[in-house]
Design a binder for this molecule. Structure first.
Ligand code: GLN
Length: 549
């Protein structure tokens, strides 16, 4: 079949859930039997988000092939349960870098290089690569930012051209807008939506569907007004009220008729009837009152929860599967160093130390790892969290505070975490990491082997430093177990402590492979240990009440 394209633009303000909407619509189409992939076009000039501060950009989401991408790709993969690849995230930086290098090579035979057609052709070429590399029949393309941003113009122009290139039934434009609520008059406003549609029109794109986001219920007359003023069919105006359960969005869009409308609009017949039981179950489970466990995430960017989006989602997926409510406290590691925030750590039934770069706050994370080890609190270390768990344990075993990762102390006498010998000459910051899927084999009988119950897995990596093999023996004798190794045995992928209910760290990032209905086994095992600990604490409290009584 000819590839179909659905384009998502944003209007009024950003951060209203355009990525989630695109992901959810992808699910609607997958449920109807189509192969779907999603691409994010990011108008900023950076080549990829790999070197951007998580404060500005949230988490960097890593794909199987090692591409460092926008966090919206996490939504796409989690909602649609597909594995995307590096062509699924395009930035202005990549587009210009490609066109300029072609110009330097002389590919344009002395012609003048312009936004139209050279830049727009390169954008269209990259859009066409999605279907070619993933086999998708329907490609969803989301443009970052909102209409009217200066950087997004070449992208929007490319989408406009695609309608004339491919025809109306092969291209659909969905505009996601926001309806502000005016408290004084107690009403929702459609005017900003009208303005942003006018802006989109001035670029030559007329939306086929409008997703009008709002924090309040939307009356039918408002949808009619949007339909009339924005020249969209009434059925194609979808009022999307904010929900407290992320995974309810596909169900809401289904109820609003989005899936059937889109298929009809693209002249397609559903190949199967959507089955929503699993998703309905997920939403019901999320809303149920459940026993609560407390997990502290000790990180450096905790003010912005989006910086740890996949970690948070992975914890939620595992919690739902165990019938638990997980309450996360966000603990700033640099604060722990100053003696602040410890009440949150002490209150927690489990501690997660996620990934990170740079030395700020690392000592606080090491202190959190020490607290977990000494008090037998379940601990899950993800990448940097694993490395610091090793540093902490080695400091204890060797009796020296000088033990460190050479990332944070180049002249440490005990670099338990270090660059591999063959990496030592590498000096560039970009593109020098171990990225993407690598295999990991388990040591039978270990916590890790029990969690996965298979011999080998592939997990996603994003790091430069490794466990230093010179320290394997001494730490092993003291109670560290290398429960996951690369098949050649050279790289430590998972380390755990034997004399502890659950203290385990992974060199990879398991959070990227957790799915709402397929929680990651390590997160599930961790939360089981957390549940046991919480049970113990609850019993202790009951005991103490009894004693006092
Ligand atoms: N900074 C560490 C390294 O580069 C850990 C990276 C991470 O946590 N993703 O090895």
């Amino acid at each position: 079949m000819t590839t179909k394209y659905i384009f998502f633009t944003g209007g009024v303000v950003s951060s209203v859930g355009k990525g989630v909407t695109a992901a959810a619509i992808g699910r609607l189409l997958k449920e109807r039997g189509f192969n779907v992939a999603v691409q994010k076009l990011d108008p900023y000039i950076n080549v990829d988000p790999g070197t951007m501060s998580p404060y500005q950009h949230g988490e960097v989401y890593v794909l199987d092939d090692g591409a460092e991408t926008d966090l919206d790709l996490g939504h796409y993969e989690r909602f649609i349960d597909v594995s995307l690849n590096k062509v699924c995230n395009v930035t202005t930086g990549q587009v210009y870098a490609e066109v300029i290098s072609k110009e330097r090579r002389g590919d344009f035979l002395g012609g003048t290089i312009q936004v139209i057609p050279h830049i727009t052709n390169e954008i269209k070429r990259r859009i066409s690569l999605v279907a070619k590399t993933t086999g998708a029949e329907i490609v969803l393309v989301e443009i970052g930012g909102t209409v009217g941003d200066i950087e997004s113009l070449p992208f929007l122009e490319s989408l406009r051209q695609m309608r004339s290139d491919l025809g109306r039934e092969n291209t659909v434009y969905i505009h996601v807008t926001w309806m502000p609520y005016i408290g004084a008059t107690n009403e929702l406003k459609t005017k900003p939506t009208q303005h942003s549609v006018a802006e989109l029109r001035s670029i030559g794109i007329s939306p086929d569907m409008i997703v009008a986001r709002s924090d309040y219920p939307v009356e039918d007359d408002l949808c009619e007004k949007i339909a009339l003023f924005c020249d969209v069919e009434r059925k194609a105006v979808l009022p999307m009220v904010t929900t407290d359960v992320l995974y309810e969005v596909p169900l809401m869009l289904e109820r609003l008729g989005a899936g059937d409308y889109l298929l009809k609009r693209m002249n397609l017949e559903a190949r199967r009837t959507p089955e929503w039981q699993e998703w309905e179950h997920l939403v019901q489970e999320t809303r149920l009152q459940k026993p609560t466990v407390h997990v502290a995430i000790v990180g450096k960017y905790v003010e912005l929860h989006d910086a740890y989006m996949s970690v948070r989602e992975a914890l939620k997926h595992a919690a739902i599967s165990l019938g638990l409510e997980v309450e996360i406290s966000w603990v700033h590691s640099a604060e722990l160093e100053k003696g602040r925030g410890w009440e949150m750590v002490r209150h927690a039934d489990g501690i997660v130390v996620p990934g990170g770069f740079g030395s700020r706050g690392t000592e606080g994370k090491i202190q959190a790892a020490r607290y977990a080890r000494e008090n037998k609190v379940p601990y899950l270390g993800l990448c940097l969290g694993m490395q610091l768990m090793v540093v902490e344990f080695a400091r204890h075993v060797m009796g020296s505070d000088e033990v460190n990762s050479s990332e944070f102390d180049r002249s440490t006498p005990y670099p338990v975490i270090d660059l591999m010998p063959d990496q030592k000459d590498v000096s560039e910051m970009g593109g020098t990491m171990r990225l993407g899927l690598y295999p990991c084999q388990f040591q039978p009988g270990s916590l890790a082997a029990k969690a996965y119950s298979k011999k080998m897995v592939q997990e996603r990596h994003r790091h430069r430093f490794e466990f230093n093999n010179a320290y394997r023996e001494v730490l092993e004798k003291a109670g560290m177990r290398y429960s996951g190794l690369s098949p050649d045995g050279r790289l430590v992928e998972i380390a755990e402590l034997t004399d502890h209910p659950f203290m385990l760290g992974t060199q990879f990032h398991p959070e990227f492979l957790s799915r709402p209905n397929r929680p990651h086994p390590l997160f599930v095992s961790f939360l089981k240990a957390v549940r046991d600990r919480a049970g113990v604490q609850a019993d202790l409290q009951v005991e103490s009440i009894k004693v006092e009584g």
